[in-house]
Design a protein around this ligand. Structure first.
Ligand code: SAH
Length: 236
């Protein structure tokens, strides 16, 4: 049996590409986004009562991970990218139905100029992600403090200290909300956003992550990550 599902909104996120996005929500509190409801679901009545909740569940489509074939086993980054587990034992984007589930902080609900906007933080979602449902996070049901979580018992460890080059710091300070942005970039890089199978870093290699309207360029030098610059994005 097939069901027709239509997105009810779209995510506007600072993460402009998949590379670098944390692998779960809540890890980077500074990652802010807006969920803008799409017509005909952009009715203020549809969110009445939601403002009383601090967190919500978001169900979404992994729209940039759609494949025509599915595999019963995947290699989760948590296991170093070389050990396989069942797709249903993983949170991989590559699944029979490309549906994701994230619990995120609800910073506010706004109904302005005919738009219904949910302000979110702690997101792990790509810009443009189609959202198919929203549900309130209910503590007495959804929080299970003595639960056991298989091969992912704790959050990923911090691996590097993050420093900014003089050039990067100047660019950072020229931006609005630079303290928030500095904390965001630091938390994003300190756990090593490179794919799990990357191994030891290449000395001298400059990595890039598209964030907001810039290309965050950084390198790894021993136990430090140095942000080289917040470069302008080259258009093709
Ligand atoms: N919390 C979700 C997502 C886990 S996978 C869940 O458990 O279902 C997280 C990864 O999904 C991120 O690292 C990011 O690279 C990827 N991702 C986020 N939004 C995506 C999208 N719209 N399409 C494809 N991949 C996406």
């Amino acid at each position: 049996m097939k069901y027709q599902i239509e997105p009810i909104g779209i995510i506007h996120s600072p993460y402009k590409e998949k590379f670098g996005i944390p692998r779960q929500p809540g890890l980077i509190k500074e990652a802010r986004a807006q969920l803008v409801l799409s017509p005909p679901y952009n009715r203020p009545e549809a969110v009445v009562g939601l403002e009383g909740y601090s967190h919500i569940w978001i169900q979404f489509v992994f729209h940039q991970a759609i494949r025509s074939e599915w595999q019963p086993m995947v290699r989760p980054p948590r296991l170093g990218g070389n050990k396989r587990v069942g797709v249903f034992a993983s949170r991989s984007p590559f699944r029979p139905n490309p549906i994701g589930l994230s619990v995120v902080k609800l910073e506010g609900v706004r109904c302005e100029n005919g738009e219904v906007i949910l302000d979110l933080s702690g997101i792990d979602l790509l810009d443009g992600t189609p959202v198919i449902d929203i549900k309130p996070y209910v503590v007495y049901v959804d929080s299970i403090p003595d639960a056991c979580s298989g091969f992912a018992p704790v959050a990923p460890a911090v691996k590097y200290t993050v420093d900014f080059s003089e050039r990067a710091r100047k660019q950072l300070l020229a931006r609005q909300d630079s303290a928030q942005l500095e904390a965001f970039i630091t938390h994003l890089l300190e756990t090593d956003p490179r794919p799990a199978y990357s191994g030891e870093p290449d000395p001298g290699r400059v990595y890039g992550i598209l964030l907001y309207d810039f290309d965050l360029r950084w390198e790894i030098v021993a136990d430090r990550i140095i942000v080289c610059e917040l470069a302008e994005v080259e258009s093709d």
